[in-house]
Design a protein around this ligand. Structure first.
Ligand code: F6P
Length: 365
């Protein structure tokens, strides 16, 4: 049993009046970073199991780390989680707040948690949100992480929830774009999300039968891209290029623009699709158009797989809290949900390996 529960048991024994209300453990839940299909499914599973199996009570922190930082809370119990399983987004709201970028950020969080009687946190997020959780855990905050991101770039887990939905949306878009590309003899460039990792591009490009897949892990050669475009036109079909927003050309071969930076220091991306379409058109003389899927990939209802994964993550995360196994993150390995140290999930990004990328190369061009 955890320190949390030992302390709880000791204080109620001292009071010598067993009042079940007094021994309910209060758990905070927050969702941070980009919204992601399946967040609500996690919240629902955490709350339903926490209340029914462990007699816990919950407080919802609003908008990621901004919630505990500014003490922005909402009621969170079984009534609040009814009906939310298929809903996209997050009932708790989200933000990219980084308490470590604020002078007294950590002190404000710890004092607000204490004032609210919150003994442990379930933090649902990606690299940045769980990176903060990792550092807070090292400072003694009791926290269990749940890995979310459509990018699928967290280590320690085979998949993050949200990824499957994003891949399905992108893959359907590619299917639809094939017909326009062929009818108009155009190049269609589809820009998908993926800042550092090309998982969405790779999986949707494979499932949608794209002719060219460009990912951040492998700087592209624009001459080779144009040669593949031309060889595709030679087959009387039209090329579809799937490009991750973070993909870059081999240094010095094509100019790019860069955008603003968020609180975690990430450049706001977007633009490679347009840039690439213009370059291809200029070099090959074939009409080229770009489609930027953007936040459509994160919106709407999660796929069945993401609902299943998010639900299992939630069920296992609250059990980890109950057992006092803090500083951990739930993860999917094979078909099992396991716990890994938070630092393992957030330490290094999981990117596409050369082997995984090369595997599909025979189908490209
Ligand atoms: O959360 C991950 C992600 O969707 C990335 O794929 C993308 O680079 C980023 O978020 C976009 O963030 P924002 O919603 O702030 O534009």
């Amino acid at each position: 049993m955890s320190r949390l529960f030992d302390d709880q048991a000791a204080s109620s024994a001292a009071a010598q009046v067993p009042n079940p209300e007094e021994i309910r453990v209060r758990i905070g839940v927050l969702t941070g970073g980009g919204d992601c299909p399946g967040l609500n499914a996690v919240i629902r599973a955490v709350v339903r199991k926490g209340v029914t199996s462990y007699d816990m009570e919950f407080v919802g922190f609003r908008d990621g780390w901004r919630g505990p930082l500014d003490n922005q809370t909402m009621e969170l119990g079984i009534p609040q989680v009814r009906g939310i399983l298929p809903r996209g987004g997050t009932i708790l709201g989200s933000s990219r707040t980084n308490p470590f970028a604020i002078d007294d950020g950590v002190e404000r969080i710890t004092s607000n948690l204490a004032a609210a009687g919150v003994e442990a946190l379930v933090a649902i997020g990606g690299e940045d949100t769980l990176g903060v959780a990792t550092r807070l855990a090292e400072l003694g905050v009791d926290v269990v992480g749940v890995p979310k991101t459509i990018d699928n770039d967290l280590s320690g887990t085979d998949f993050t929830f949200g990824f499957d939905t994003a891949v399905n949306i992108a893959s359907e878009a590619i299917d639809r774009l094939h017909t326009t590309a062929e009818s108009h003899h155009r190049v269609l460039v589809v820009e998908v999300m993926g800042r550092h990792a090309g998982w969405i591009a790779l999986h949707s490009g494979m499932s949608g039968g794209a002719n060219i897949i460009l990912i951040p892990e492998r700087p592209f050669d624009i001459d080779k891209v144009c040669a593949q475009v031309e060889s595709r036109f030679a087959t009387r079909f039209a090329p579809i290029v799937v490009v991750s927003e973070g993909a870059v050309p081999v240094e010095g071969t094509m100019s790019l623009t860069s955008g603003e930076v968020d609180e975690f220091g990430h450049v706001r991306l977007g633009g490679i699709g347009d840039r690439l379409a213009k370059e291809i058109e200029q070099r090959t003389g074939s009409e080229s158009r770009a489609v930027v899927l953007g936040h459509i990939q994160r919106g709407g209802t999660p796929t069945a797989f993401d609902r299943w994964l998010a639900t299992r993550f939630g069920l296992h995360a609250i059990t980890a809290v109950h057992e006092g196994d803090f500083g951990t993150m739930v993860a999917l390995q094979g078909t099992h949900i396991v716990r890994v140290p938070l630092a393992e999930g957030t330490g290094t990004l999981k990117t596409v390996s050369p082997e995984e990328y090369d595997e599909v190369s025979v189908l490209l061009g």
